[in-house]
Ligand binder design. Structure first.
Ligand code: KIV
Length: 309
């Protein structure tokens, strides 16, 4: 079943794309020339709140370069995350902990340029990497400003209540913030591996408390990674002003995110249980991404019996 989006987006290139002035072909792959303004209005915080209000799931994929970002936008993905997962999927690092702010800014800028080039409308998030916000609120502000200068609309940072003051500081200064709880890959060594978080009563209570504190601090999005489905659904209910985006957190969150390489089936390792390969049955990357959007919107993905705990 194909979901018909409330914010319709034009085919890429748009049907009425002016082909009399196409971008000259190059041997390196070419983004299409600027097309007439797309039908989907730019995704913004009020638009995301509207989606949530009417019970429509928010979709997010990671992208790290101009072309894949443009394809994801054209496929109808609302939010594009330049995640520090790029350290693993682009740079071949063993974990995300080695990613630097300079690298993040470079990729955010590439993605922002790609979106601008196709008049993309997606909401662009940039991840603050390990060490770039841990010292002080002021350090976090300087780091966030670099990603905003590179084109990010929102920054994401990992961690519980210890980040609340930083979140408040950034939000008060006009930077929308997405928090990240559950499995926080930057601290995978402290967590003892890529394991489900919040499983016992005490851990679940702590996670709920942190989520509420982050909403109170002004976070308007919260990634919940590898958290039991029932707990993620409960947290979602408790956070009306902060949209939960799940990854391995069941279908009860306000939206879903996957790492692009995982959902395209090109992960070099073993895919985690919460991933579906959307290239299965798709004839293009764009179709795979559009299938992800429809599956999330229609409630077919994730399937809690397969992809959740
Ligand atoms: O870095 C990343 O891609 C992320 C997602 C897994 C949410 O944080």
């Amino acid at each position: 079943m194909h979901y018909s989006p409330a914010f319709s987006f034009t085919a890429w290139p748009a049907p009425d794309h002016d082909m009399s002035n196409p971008t000259p072909a190059t041997p390196y792959g070419t983004l299409p020339a600027a097309s007439p303004l797309p039908a989907r209005k730019p995704v913004s915080l009020p638009r995301l709140a509207e989606l949530r209000e009417r019970g429509e799931k928010i979709t997010m994929l990671t992208a790290y370069d101009a072309t894949f970002a443009a394809v994801a936008d054209a496929a109808g993905v609302e939010c594009i995350l330049v995640g520090d997962s790029l350290g693993m999927v682009c740079q071949g690092l063993a974990s995300t902990a080695g990613v630097t702010l300079e690298t993040m800014a470079y990729h955010v800028e590439s993605v922002a340029r790609g979106l601008r080039r196709v008049q993309g409308t997606a909401w662009l998030l940039g991840d603050l990497p390990f060490g770039s916000y841990h010292e002080s609120k002021e350090q976090a502000m300087r780091s966030a400003a670099q990603l905003v200068h590179a084109g990010a609309h929102m920054i994401k940072l990992e961690g519980g209540d210890w980040t609340a003051d930083t979140v408040r500081f950034l939000v008060e200064r006009g930077i929308p913030v997405c928090a990240h709880l559950g499995l926080t890959p930057q601290t995978v060594h402290a967590l003892g591996g890529y394991r489900v978080q919040g499983r016992d009563d005490q851990a679940a209570l702590t996670l709920k408390r942190h989520a509420l504190e982050l909403q109170d601090a002004g976070a308007t999005m919260l990634v919940l990674e590898m958290v039991p489905a029932a707990l993620a659904a409960e947290i979602t209910q408790q956070l009306p002003r902060c949209h939960t985006i799940g990854i391995g957190a069941g279908k009860g969150t306000a939206g879903q995110v996957l790492v692009m390489h995982d959902m395209l089936g090109i992960n070099l390792g073993k895919n985690p249980k919460f991933v579906r390969n959307f290239m299965d049955g798709a004839s293009s990357v764009r179709e795979a991404m559009a299938n992800f959007v429809s599956a999330v919107k229609s409630g077919q993905f994730p399937d809690d019996s397969l992809h959740a705990w």
